[in-house]
Ligand binder design. Sequence first.
Ligand SMILES: [Fe+2]
Length: 181
Amino acid sequence: MARNTFDTSIEGIKSVWGPLSTEVVAGCRRNVEELLEAPAKEDWLAALHKEGPANEELYRDPKDGFVLLAHTEYAGLYRPPHDHGRGWVIYAIQQGEIEMGTYGRVEDDDGRIRLVKRNSTLVRPGQVQLYLPADIHDTRCISGPALLFRFTERDLKKEDKEGHRVTRYVERGGVWTVGSP
Ligand SMILES: [Fe+2]
């Protein structure tokens, strides 16, 4: 039976999987990019376009724990700076445009934490962005509805709620800093 692009991409990710390394990241990236090439008529993709879910888990690997999610975003949606705990993620744009900014975390002499924006990239259909552990980024949907795939090396909800490893930043007086404990 002919398999669809979704199945072949997941199989491809499984075949390159291992502890975080340049090779594993490159292999996963290649497979996520292939997912973006899927014809719109494939059932799973047609359903996402039709239903436009804000948040849908497409796949969770029972053995290796990686998760693939889909998000539909509307123009103007902003997700403030955050990291992904011990996890690493690949963002992939299927439709629409999302601006992604990256930040460095600096500590002032008085111990105050603040973010410094490094750059900003407009990510278009067919393009992906990778964030490694400790990388900090934000996203803003520029043209929508955007369909975004988020490949996460581990369950980030768990990392956030149980591990308390995910840091979200808040804006105070025009500066991004850590939230109150
Ligand atoms: Fe993120």
